[in-house]
Ligand binder design. Structure first.
Ligand SMILES: *Cc1c(COP(=O)(O)O)cnc(C)c1O
Length: 410
């Protein structure tokens, strides 16, 4: 049985241990929700302050030129690119995730005009499902969106399929899919592959170049710690740039926005996928959040992530045998950086834990979800969190009526 002392020894030997100091985390709080909203880091505080006090307050409109505000979407994209294995000039940060998916889906359907099927996972995130159906309905030709069981993807792939859109790490269960294998199978029938990396970027190593991914998008506010409502990132493989059209053209995706021409002419490269003025303050926050990522490799992050999730699973099974169903796969190659536990009273259990300072979240219909962000979590945090879970379960304190009250955000 792993003891708290064992965990303390693991922390002493942790090559990422020093990074925790870069984050603002209250004493006594055990934050297992970095998969939903990452904490603030010193890089964010510094960059946002500089941007407001220097570039905005002092520079005012001159800063569009002098502070590089116009170039921020591509500059932040280039900084983020190595985290997903992309090349410079393949990543843009301008819109939030659902809107990026809309652009990629709309553009991709035009690249396969003789095909009329889009495949996605019935268990996909609801926003992804809504937007794929909305974009299909506006495609200018009849498109069928099939919500499939991803295990049957092979049976569904044929030469009518224009696009396959999957989320790489399942937001409920934490299951990770085979990035290069699935992309290869999709390409074999001539379809295009769009990956959602919302729960992958900053959580697991990704190599879009090696996997030959066509398009991808992922969140800025989850494991990347870019702040509430942070813009997301968009990846378009360089060979598709210029061919993939932006279905939402706006002045800042124009080749010459300040010529105010009446006809749209797309800019070169990723700039073509910009629509509106960049969210400069939010981009500054995300840019600052990337500072800490300069100090690690994704291989180091992955090693610690697996050690943390292994520890959590083994402690839950040792100390609470048979109480929860561990929904997240045990095999490392199928696990993201979260662990989900199924229980009839999951909502109440999560609320009881939050009252004790252990922050996780609940996902319908019956899952307690815990995210493990290796940049700031310690092994003793995992140990202490499981001790709180044991207390909540053994005392049955979760049965108190106040824990059954539903908040709008779960
Ligand atoms: C978090 C998440 C989103 C939400 O994206 P927005 O930036 O709020 O549009 C979409 N899809 C998945 C899979 C997510 O996990």
């Amino acid at each position: 049985m792993t003891t708290r002392q064992d965990c303390s020894v693991l922390d002493d030997g942790d090559e990422l241990g020093a990074l925790r100091q870069a984050f603002t985390l209250e004493d006594g709080m055990l934050y297992l929700d970095g998969n939903s909203l990452g904490p603030v880091s010193e890089g964010v505080l510094r960059r946002v302050r500089e941007t407001i006090e220097g570039e905005w307050a002092h520079g005012l409109i001159r800063s569009w030129n002098s502070a590089g505000w116009m170039a921020a979407p591509t500059a932040v994209g280039n900084r983020l690119a190595p985290l997903i294995g992309a090349q410079p000039g393949e990543v843009l940060v301008a819109d939030t995730l659902t809107f990026i998916l809309a652009k990629l889906i709309g553009g991709a359907l035009e690249l396969r005009p003789d095909r009329d099927v889009v495949l996605t996972d019935a268990a996909n995130f609801h926003s992804d499902l809504y937007i794929v159906e909305a974009m299909a309905a506006r495609a200018g030709r009849p498109i069928i969106v099939k919500r499939i069981n991803r295990l049957t993807l092979h049976e569904e792939l044929n030469d009518n399929v224009a696009l396959v859109m999957l989320t790489h790490v399942d937001f409920r269960t934490g299951e990770m899919l085979d990035l290069s294998g699935i992309t290869r199978d999709v390409h074999e029938v001539g379809a295009l592959m769009l990956w959602d990396f919302a729960h992958s970027a900053g959580a697991v190593p990704l190599d879009v170049t090696e996997a030959n991914v066509d398009f991808a998008a992922g969140c800025g506010y989850k494991y990347l710690n870019g702040g509430p409502g942070a813009p997301a990132f968009m990846y378009v493989r360089s060979s598709w740039q210029g061919l993939l059209q932006n279905p939402f053209p706006g002045w800042l995706g124009h080749a010459r926005p300040f010529d105010f021409e009446s006809a749209y002419v797309a800019a070169e490269g990723m700039q073509a996928y910009v629509t509106s003025s960049p969210p400069v303050l939010a981009l500054a926050a995300l840019d600052g959040a990337l500072d800490v990522w300069d100090r690690v490799t994704m291989q180091q992050v992955r090693r610690k992530s697996l050690a943390l999730t292994d520890l959590f699973i083994s402690l839950v099974e040792e100390l609470l045998p048979g109480v929860f169903e561990v929904v997240t796969p045990r095999e490392h190659e199928r696990r993201g950086s979260q662990v989900s536990l199924r229980h009839e009273f999951s909502y109440e259990i999560v609320q009881a834990l939050i009252e004790r300072g252990v922050i996780g979240d609940f996902r319908e219909p019956d899952m307690c979800r815990f995210g493990f962000a290796p940049l700031y979590l310690r092994f003793i945090d995992i140990y202490d969190s499981v001790q709180h879970l044991v207390s909540v379960m053994e005392s049955e304190s979760y049965r108190d009526q106040r824990f059954a009250v539903r908040n709008p955000v779960t």
